[in-house]
Design a protein around this ligand. Structure first.
Ligand code: ADP
Length: 285
């Protein structure tokens, strides 16, 4: 159920990517930009009526509906125990819906589609050391695409592009555990980007980062042409990176709207045990 007092999302769903005007009349109606523009865009992420309880009976998701358009950046806010991690673990099929459905770019998250879904949804967990286990940065970043069959120069190009995207190309030959925490987090993001996901999900990306590393990470993430879901307790960061935010509490989405409006509603935040840093004014940010 959506909180009636909550901001509603308006105009946040971008249409299909702009298509250059064709010089020749389109022969295939499906390739005609006018036809494409009239088609409803398939959401990058679609969650409908999702319910999930753990084996001990604890209800973690009590009917979640969420649609995220391609290229949107959405913050997922909520107190501890709200169901955020459980929701994220449904996006790549680690958990299976007990009720409802999840689809990525129109493809159902279902057993038959899991290899494809897991390439298309990259999840970066809170602790980068959970994702880095090889002896060099290069090998960690190459692991996913090599496993998918990429080899030789193509694999090297893929690794270089992922490392460049996170500003870590110079550390290609380094040992991950010799890097700073912020650098390890960026390499962990590169390990996921190397598989060219459509959707990148980050769990508490600013946890344990100093201000400089936080800034560098913001620049990296804001520069990616990707659909981004960011689970965070860092409300100023949510505002900086994500035009849209949702609040999840007790397994339900209770607010969904422009991040600035959600963070400007202190009663709404307090009702969900969310607090801005003292002196932080979202209207001035
Ligand atoms: P969040 O990520 O918002 O902190 P979670 O998705 O981790 O929330 O948890 C949602 C609810 O499910 C909480 O009540 C939590 O205690 C419960 N939960 C999470 N993982 C398990 C588990 N493995 N077994 C039983 N209950 C769990």
């Amino acid at each position: 159920m959506t909180d009636p007092a909550a901001p509603t999302i308006a105009g946040s769903t971008p249409g299909p990517a702009a298509t250059p005007a064709a010089a020749e009349p389109a022969l295939d109606p499906a390739a005609d930009p006018a036809v494409l523009a009239s088609e409803p865009a398939i959401p990058a992420v679609s969650v409908q009526g999702l319910q999930f309880a753990y084996p001990d009976g604890r209800v973690a998701l009590a009917g979640v509906d969420l649609s995220v358009a391609r290229g949107e950046r959405v913050a997922i806010l909520g107190p501890n125990g709200a169901g955020k991690s459980t929701l994220v673990l449904h996006l790549n099929g680690i958990h299976r819906p007990q009720q409802g459905a999840v689809a990525i770019g129109g493809t159902a998250v279902a057993p038959a589609n899991l290899p494809d879904i897991r390439r298309r949804v990259g999840i970066v967990f809170q602790d980068p050391d959970d994702q880095l286990f090889m002896s060099t940065v290069r090998d960690d970043v190459a692991f996913g695409p090599a496993h998918a069959g990429l080899k030789g120069a193509d694999l090297d190009a893929r690794v270089d592009a992922a490392l460049e995207a996170v500003g870590m190309a110079a550390q290609r030959g380094s040992t991950p555990h010799h890097l700073s925490f912020g650098q390890r987090r960026r390499v962990a993001i590169a390990t996921v980007l190397a598989s060219r996901p459509d959707v990148l999900v980050l769990d508490e990306p600013t946890a344990n980062l100093d201000p400089a590393a936080r800034r560098e990470l913001t620049d990296v993430l804001a520069g990616l042409d990707i659909t981004l879901l960011v689970v965070t307790h860092d409300l100023p960061y949510a505002l900086e990176l994500c035009p849209r935010a949702v609040i999840l509490d007790e397994g339900r989405i209770t607010a969904d709207g422009p991040t600035a409006e959600i963070l400007g509603d202190t009663d709404l935040l307090a009702a969900h045990r969310l607090y801005l840093p003292k002196g932080f004014d979202p209207a001035q940010a």
